[in-house]
Write a new protein. Structure first.
Lengths: 113, 111
C-alpha cells in the first residue's frame, strides 16, 4: 500500500535559516509527487509538483524539491526562510493514474522573526 | 475563476445524527475528492468521484458515503455520527495529473 512519511512534525527556524523538510514514500510504481502548503487561516494550496523530467523542481516563492528515485524521497528545500513561510507543509504521492493522492501527516513550520 | 466551494463552513451535530456536507468543484473539473483532516493525523483519503460514479474509497466505514451530481458537485454524508468524526472535511477537484485545488473545508464538530 502507498504511504508517505514526513520526518518532522514540527520545525522551528529563525528568519534567514535554511529549510529542508524530509519526505519519503512507499510505492513500487511510477508516481507523481507534490508538496502542498496551508498558511494559517487559509486553505491548502499546491506548492510544487513533479511528474517527470528534471528531478529538481522549482515551485513558488523560491521553494525547490528534489526527487531521488533510489531513495524514494522528495525533500523540500528553501535557502532562506521568511516569517511569512510559517505554515503547515504536506508531502503527497499519487500513482500516475492519478486515482487518489496519499498525504503525509504534515510538518508545521514556525519561523521566528 | 471560482475555486472549490464547500458548505457549510461549520457544522455542529449530536452523536448519532447525520451530517451532509456539500462541495462544488472548479468549472470543468469532473473529479471530486473528499479528505478528512483530523487533528494530528494529516489528510486521510475518504472518497473519489468522477463522472458521477464512486471510483475509489479510503479505509472508512460504510456510514461515510456520498454522491456526485450531473453538474459534478458532490455531497458527503456521514451517518450515525461518532465523537471521533469531529474533523475538518476537505473537498478537492482536479484535472487528472495536475494536482488538487482544495476548498476551505467544513469543520464538523460532534458533541
Amino acid at each position: 500500500a502507498q504511504s508517505v512519511s514526513q520526518h518532522n512534525h514540527h520545525v522551528i527556524l529563525s528568519e534567514a535559516a535554511s529549510l529542508e523538510l524530509g519526505c519519503n514514500y512507499s510505492y513500487g510504481g511510477t508516481v507523481n509527487l507534490f508538496w502542498y502548503v496551508q498558511y494559517p487561516g487559509q486553505h491548502l494550496q499546491l506548492l510544487l509538483k513533479y511528474f517527470s523530467g528534471d528531478p529538481l523542481v522549482k515551485g513558488i516563492m523560491v521553494f525547490v524539491a528534489e526527487f531521488i528515485k533510489s531513495k524514494f524521497s522528495f525533500n523540500l528545500r528553501k535557502p532562506s526562510v521568511q516569517w511569512s513561510d510559517t505554515a503547515e507543509y504536506f508531502c503527497a504521492v499519487a500513482n500516475t493514474g492519478g486515482f487518489k493522492t496519499i498525504f503525509g501527516a504534515g510538518t508545521r513550520l514556525f519561523v521566528k522573526a | 475563476e471560482a475555486g472549490v466551494t464547500q458548505s457549510p463552513t461549520h457544522l455542529i451535530k449530536t452523536r448519532g445524527q447525520q451530517a451532509t456536507l456539500r462541495c462544488s468543484p472548479i468549472s470543468g473539473h469532473t473529479s471530486v475528492y473528499w479528505y478528512q483532516q483530523a487533528l494530528g493525523l494529516g489528510l486521510q483519503f475518504l472518497l473519489w468521484y468522477d463522472e458521477g460514479e464512486e471510483r475509489n474509497r479510503g479505509n472508512f466505514p460504510p456510514r461515510f458515503s456520498g454522491r456526485q451530481f450531473p453538474n459534478y458537485s458532490s455531497e458527503l454524508n456521514v451517518n450515525a455520527l461518532e465523537l471521533e468524526d469531529s474533523a475538518l472535511y476537505l473537498c478537492a477537484s482536479s484535472l487528472l495529473l495536475h494536482g488538487y485545488t482544495f476548498g476551505s473545508g467544513t469543520r464538523l464538530t460532534v458533541v
